[in-house]
Design a protein around this ligand. Sequence first.
Ligand SMILES: *Cc1c(COP(=O)(O)O)cnc(C)c1O
Length: 446
Amino acid sequence: MEIDSLSSLERREILLTDIRNAIEVEWANPMKMNNDDAVLRSSLNLSDVDSAYARMRRFAPLLQLLFPETKANAGMIDSELIDVPKLKEALNSIHIRGDITGRLMMKMDSELPVAGSVKARGGIYEILKHTEILAVENGILDSYEDDYCKLASPEARKFFATKKIQVGSTGNLGISIGTISAALGYQAIVHMSADAKEWKKELLRSKGVEVVEYSGDYSEAVAKGREESDKDPDSYFVDDENSQELFLGYAVAAKMLKTQLIHKKIAVDKDHPLFVFIPCGVGGAPGGITFGLKQIFGEHVHCFFVEPTQAPSMLLGMVTGLFNNISVQDIGLSGQTHADGLAVGRPSGFVGEFILPFISGICTVKDKRLFNYLRILKETEDIFIEPSACAAIYGAVCMGKSAVMDEYKYDNKLGKYMANSTHIIWATGGSLVPEEEREKLLKQKG
Ligand SMILES: *Cc1c(COP(=O)(O)O)cnc(C)c1O
C-alpha cells in the first residue's frame, strides 16, 4: 500500500509496531507548531536563555581559576564548530548512500572543557546557579556584581564542604556534576546505573567524589539518589528527569552557536535552512539546545533527535502522547544500548511535552551502525567521539535518504533550498574516554 493512502492512525500503528520490534524508524512530528505560536504558548522564553547566559558570564572568572583549560574561551563552556567534508564524502559513498546535500558540520561538545561531554553545559550551569543562591543568602557574595573568585576562597570552601550535591546518572552527568561540585568544595555523591562505564566511576573517585553503584537502570539510580538527597536538608539533588536548570544550561549553547555561525558567515534564513541532529537520552540536552535554537532561528532551524532502537523513550512518549508515563520496558524493549549516555527507558517529566511543538522529528538507530560511524569518523577526520554521540551522525544520513524525511522537506517547502543548507551533527561526548577504551570501541561490531 502507498504510504500516502494510509490514515494517520494506521501510520501510527505501523510506527508503534516497528518501535516495539526495535526496527529503525523515522518520525516527522505532526504536532510541530508554527514557531510563533509555539513560542507564545511556551512557559520559558528567550529572556530565560539570556539570563542563563548572563549567569555563565558572571562565573567565567571563577571557572578560569578552577579550570585553567577554560581560559582559551574566556571561562565560557563552549566548543568549536567545524566542517567535516571528508565525513560527508564517506557518508555519501555508495556503501552508506547518505545523500547529504549542503554543508556538513560538527559541533564539538565532545571536547567541552571540564566534563568532555554536552553534560558540561547543563550540569555546570545548574551547580553554579545553586551556588550563587547559597553564596548570596549566606553572605559569601554581596551581590551579583561581586567578585565571583571569592567563591574559591578557603572560607567559601569551608562553607560548601558542609553541603552535599547528589545526582543519578548513566555516567556523563555524574562526571559533570561530580567534577564541578568537588572543585567548589561540596561533598559530591553520584548514584550510578549499571550501564555506567567503569572508567567513569574511577575518574570520579579520583576527584574525591563518592560513587554509589546500582544493579538497576538509570531510572533506579535517579530514584535512589533523589530519595537519599531528600532525607538530608543540606543536600541538593540535580534531577535529570525534571530539571529546568539543566535544560536552560543546555539552551545557552544556542546563543554561542549563533555567534559562531555569524563569524563563519553562515546564513540561517528562508533560503538557507539549518538542520541540527542531537542524540537524545532523557531529553534535557537535545531539548534545551532545540529550545534555544528555536528561540533564535525560529522556523529556519529544523531540530531532529536520534535515539537507540532499544531505548527510544522520547519517541515513544511523544507518539503515544503518554510522555513520561510510559517506558520502553512497557513495550518489551530492553532499554540497553552501547550508547550508554542514551540508555534511558523513560523520558524527562517536562521536556517531552514542552518541546513537542518545536521539534521536527526523531529517528532511531541500531548500535551496530554507531560503531561503524565511530570508525568512519576516525578514519576520515581523525576525530573520536563516543558511541552515544555517533547517533547524531545517523540523523544527517536519515535526512538524505528516508522517505519520511523527503516528505518533511516537501511539506516544509525546503526542496529547492537543500543545496544551501547547513547540517550540524551535535557530537555530544568523547574526549575523556581513555585510550584503551577507544581502541576497544574502534574494534567493536555491535
Ligand atoms: C546525556 C547524553 C546525551 C543525551 O542527553 P539527555 O539530556 O540525556 O537527553 C547525549 N550524548 C551523550 C554523550 C550524553 O552523555
